[in-house]
Design a protein around this ligand. Structure first.
Ligand code: NAG
Length: 370
């Protein structure tokens, strides 16, 4: 059957006739009551809209004899037709409310029932109801943020809103954020469409460098539809950690007269921050000038070496204070105790003073004489 070409022909003729009718309508005001129907969008092709013959008050026989047909003022696109043997108005094409009317609150297909002998025109308004056939959608799957760990509780970060091609309650109604310790979502009251991410617990980069949270937008349709995006938060470092020495007190022993350059001990501190915030340098802290000339401290490695002559006979133990500081200047301290060990570098010396101590000749053996 060549229904398509017949239909095309009808439509074409309909268009030119239509102007004629509009003219007639205005001139002679031959108006009949409007007929209104309401259908859900996306109904199957061939679905019943209503019985137009009954609603207009025409017998089935009259439909054929008066050449009843459906016309439209749109460019050739016809969404419904009349079945002449039943008087039913049926859909002839997919009716997509979003395609026809977008975000308009009401969507009406305007058709006309045309009868001849005498000419008679009935306007048909088919109200297309939205169904929840579209899910909320975010414009991007990944929403990235860089948030400093120093950000205060209560800080807010604006999020992109989700869109839903449907209207009314079938469009986005609320947002959900995956349960987590740091953030909640504030979808805002009336007037504000953009949801906001709200910091409820301070971030700590040393605990968690990044967070990935699922954000869900939900519509109010039935069945409910949803769309998701991932919120990726990169936590930026703040200098919230001071260097920490591996030991508060380091102990080492050093033989006196150790050759210059001998490594005594290495102190070591670590800093949980990154970059300059975690960059450590070591320096002597309040070390006497005498000792500064005896020891060297490597600023980067923490190596302590001897560089002078140490004499056990002068000092048996030396205490040094060392400071580790990071880039911005947070510092901590440690103590290095160096035990100087004796080396046999001195010959025995006997100091004799002359003395006179007379003893009698009969002195018994064992008597101390000096
Ligand atoms: C009109 O309706 C009848 C009865 O439902 C059906 O048999 C016939 O195929 C329909 N005609 C058209 C053109 O759809």
């Amino acid at each position: 059957m060549d229904a398509r070409s017949i239909m095309g022909h009808t439509v074409h003729r309909g268009l030119s006739m239509n102007r004629y009718f509009v003219f007639l309508f205005i001139s002679f005001r031959f108006a009949y009551g409007d007929v209104s129907y309401s259908i859900a969008e996306e109904m199957k092709r061939g679905s019943l809209i209503g019985n137009i013959a009954k609603d207009v008050g025409l017998g089935i026989a009259t439909l054929s004899s008066r050449k009843a047909r459906i016309d439209t003022d749109r460019n050739g696109k016809r969404y419904c037709d009349i079945n002449l043997s039943t008087g039913d108005l049926i859909t002839t094409d997919r009716v997509d409310r979003e395609g026809l009317c977008g975000k308009k609150a009401t969507c009406v297909l305007k058709e006309e029932l045309v009868l001849e002998n005498p000419l008679e025109l009935h306007r048909i308004n088919v109200h297309v109801q939205d169904i929840n056939d579209n899910a909320p959608q975010f414009s991007e799957d990944l929403i990235s943020f860089e948030i400093g760990e120093s950000a205060d509780k209560g800080a807010r970060f604006l999020l992109t809103e989700a869109h839903d091609a449907d209207i009314g309650t079938n469009t986005v109604q609320r947002y959900n954020l995956q349960n987590n310790a740091h953030f909640t979502i504030d979808a805002g009251g009336s007037g504000r469409k953009h949801p906001e991410l709200v910091l409820v617990k301070k971030l700590d980069r040393e605990q968690e460098k990044e967070l990935k949270l699922v954000l869900t937008a939900l519509d109010g349709g039935s069945p409910q539809r949803s769309g998701t995006a991932i919120i990726h938060v990169t936590v930026l470092d703040a200098n919230d950690n001071a260097p920490v020495f591996s030991q508060a007190v380091y102990e080492a022993s050093l033989p006196e007269n150790a050759p210059s350059g001998t490594l005594i001990i290495t102190v070591s501190a670590s800093d949980a921050d990154t970059g300059p915030n975690g960059d450590i340098t070591y320096i002597f802290d309040h070390v006497s000038d005498d000792h500064v000339s005896l020891f060297s401290l490597d600023q980067r490695t923490g190596d302590i070496r001897v560089f002078g002559t140490i004499d056990y006979e002068i000092e048996t133990s030396i205490e040094l204070r060392i400071r580790a500081k990071d880039g911005p200047g947070l510092a901590s301290y440690c103590t290095v105790i160096i035990d100087i060990t004796d080396v046999n570098d001195n010959p025995p010396a006997i100091t004799l003073k002359s003395m006179t101590n007379p003893i009698p000749e009969n002195v018994s053996p064992g008597t101390e004489v000096g």
